[in-house]
Design a protein around this ligand. Sequence first.
Ligand code: ADP
Ligand code: MG
Length: 273
Amino acid sequence: MLLNIQNLHVTYYSPGQKPVEAVRGVSFSVGAGESLGIVGESGCGKSSLAKTIIGLQPPSAGSLRFEGQELGSMKPAAFRHYRRVVQMIFQDAVGSINPRMTVRQTLEEVLHVHQMVPAGRVAGRVRELLDRVGLPETVLDAYPREISGGQCQRISFARCLALEPRLIIADEPVSALDVSVQARILNLVRTLQKELDLAIILISHDLAVVRNICDRVAVMYAGQFVESGPSANVLDAPQHAYTRELLAAVPDVGRALKERGRTHRFAPTCTGE
Ligand SMILES: Nc1ncnc2c1ncn2[C@@H]1O[C@H](COP(=O)(O)OP(=O)(O)O)[C@@H](O)[C@H]1O
Ligand SMILES: [Mg+2]
C-alpha cells in the first residue's frame, strides 16, 4: 500500500481560542496508481487533511504511513524522499508559481534543485515535461502573468511531474478556472494518472469532477468520512443522508459531465485557456 492513514486527527490550537478540530478520525488507504476523490462542502476539513498528508501540518493524533513507514518517525533521507514523491497541486495555480521566473526557469530550477537529471539533460527534460502537459514550447519564455490560468495549472503539473511523484494530491485544482477549461485540465489529470501510473487524491466540492476521474470516493463531513466506496456506488446509490444532500445540490451530474466532455472534444488543445 502506498499511503495508509488510520484514525488521523488534525486540530488547530490558537492562543485564547477554542481548538478547531478540522479532521476527526479519518482512515483510508491509497494504492499505487489508484485515484481517490474526497468531496465535501467548504470547511469540512479537506485542505487540512491534504496539508497533513504532504507534511505541512502535523497530525494531532493517528497514523500516516507511506510505503509502510510512519511519517513521524522517518529518517531525514526518507522524509526528503517522501516530500519529493508526494506532491500537491493547489487551486491557485498562478499564486503557486514564482511570478519573477519564466516557465523555463521554473522547470529548470526544480530539476536542478532536486538533481533529477544531469545538467546536459535539463533542456530536453523541460521540453518533455511541457509536451506531457500539452503546452507548446512557445510558452517557455513567458512569465506566469503572460499565460492563462489553465496554462498556469498545466505548469504546476509539469513542475510536479519533474519530481517523478508517486502520489499527487490535487486540492480543488480546477475550481478557479472557467468551466470550459475545467474539462481539459481534468482530462489531463486522468491521462497523466493512467500513463504514469500515478496515485491521485482529488479533492473537490464538486461531485461531477470526482466522478469523472476517481475509482473511489470518500464523502467528508465535519472532519469525518461519512461514506466511501467505488465512485459509481457512492454517487448512484448514496447510503448517507449527507451524500444525498450533496447530490441533490447538483441537479444532474450526468448532464454536467456530458457538457464538459463536449467542450473537450471540440477543443482538445489548450489554446485560449
Ligand atoms: N490554520 C488554521 N488555523 C485555525 N483553523 C483553521 C486553519 N485552517 C483551517 N482551519 C479551520 O479548519 C476547518 C477546516 O478547514 P479546511 O481544512 O480548510 O476545510 P476545506 O478545505 O474542506 O474547506 C475550518 O473550520 C477552518 O476554519
Ligand atoms: Mg480547502
